[in-house]
Design a protein around this ligand. Structure first.
Ligand code: NAD
Length: 323
């Protein structure tokens, strides 16, 4: 039994907490503010700090807290943790890369379904004008299209890209993907009705093919490349007119100026954005655009993903101290 102490500063799902407590860990979930984090960690003699994206684990925090042995990031991205400082202090950093893939993929589909039927705008307009202008709104949103039979291009064919491919293929979409490090992947299209799955191998294609052949493109890359967006004016110019773009990866992998311009000219038909360049204060013209379906970085925010994340973190922490 471990008697280690964990500060889960951005919370942890109950199932993960229970696993840890059963293994003898003490788990504190009262949040310490940025200004009080160092004092809380030292006064509480914490061995472990768990964070989501909100708490920043800076070099200053790591320098000032010699008792820390393990940092756990509940989620994928490690950009809020100073990895160099952690390494120099011999503090191990763990995360839960696979736990949220399905949830992010489903949110991408939600944005796609929204975009092809104008739901992001009609939800809003029906609320304010639907009782008076029903007929004109019916006409305004009356030229939707179906997803089935269309080509979905996936940029970044890792965990989330493949989870999305699985769902999209199951819906009858054609899926193409590009990834500089993956030449092919076999996805399992699940048919829950009779508890079976169909393996489908997708060979990746050059980026240019995804840009030119897709009706919709979704990005699932780690981030910008050398500080530059992956989709900018040049890439948008190569796309089919009216394309739908989704970004649930990292803010700025689609250039926001280029996107707004292309939406206004009609080159891009709609966009779905879960992430923004300037989080947590995204630009208002993006938020207000009628052809953009927006969500506040909630890709992993489902009960199932949070439960998997909590359990995965707990199991890794238990294993770390058992070693
Ligand atoms: P992953 O590492 O499994 O896959 C990323 C893939 O992108 C890799 O296969 C890599 O080879 C590929 N790649 C790298 N550079 C590329 C490029 N220039 N062009 C094309 N492909 C490239 O990661 P993942 O788990 O699938 O996560 C993908 C992204 O989703 C990350 O940015 C992550 O931070 C983000 N994410 C967002 C949310 C959310 O809440 N919206 C939740 C989880 C993860």
């Amino acid at each position: 039994m471990s008697s280690k102490r964990i500060l889960a500063n951005d919370g942890i799902d109950d199932s993960g907490k229970a696993l840890l407590e059963n293994a003898g860990f003490f788990v504190e979930t009262n949040k310490a503010s940025e200004g009080h984090l160092i004092q809380t960690l030292n006064d509480g003699a914490f061995d472990v700090l768990f964070v989501r994206s909100a708490t920043k684990v800076t070099a200053a925090v790591l320098d000032a807290c010699p008792g820390l042995k393990l940092i756990g990031r509940a989620g994928v991205g490690l950009d809020n943790i100073d990895l160099n400082a952690a390494k120099s202090h011999g503090i191990k950093v763990i995360n839960t890369p696979a736990a949220s893939s399905q949830s992010v993929a489903e949110l991408v589909l939600a944005h796609l379904f929204s975009g092809v039927r104008y739901l992001q705008d009609s939800n809003y307009k029906m609320r304010t004008e639907g009782h008076e202008k029903f007929a004109s709104l019916k006409k305004k949103y009356g030229s939707g299209i179906e997803l089935r039979g269309k080509t979905l291009g996936i940029i970044g064919f890792g965990r989330i890209g493949q989870a999305l491919a699985r769902m999209a293929a199951g819906m009858g979409m054609n899926v193409i993907a590009t990834d500089p490090f993956i030449t092919e992947a076999t996805i399992k299209v699940e048919i829950a009705v009779n508890n079976t799955s169909i393996p489908v191998t997708i060979k990746t294609v050059p980026m240019q093919d995804v840009l030119m052949l897709s009706d919709f493109i979704s990005l699932h890359v780690p981030g910008k490349v050398n500080g530059k967006a992956i989709i900018g004016e040049h890439e948008i110019a190569m796309m089919k007119p009216g394309i739908g773009l989704v970004n649930a990866a990292r803010g700025g992998v689609i250039d926001e100026d280029a996107l707004l311009h292309a939406l206004d000219t009609g080159k891009v038909g709609f966009a779905g954005l879960d992430v923004f360049e300037n989080e947590p204060t995204p630009r208002v013209d993006l938020l207000h655009h009628p052809a953009i379906s927006v969500s506040p970085h909630i890709g992993a925010a489902t009960a199932e993903a949070q439960e998997r994340i909590g359990i995965e973190l707990a199991e890794q922490a238990i294993e770390f101290f058992a070693a």
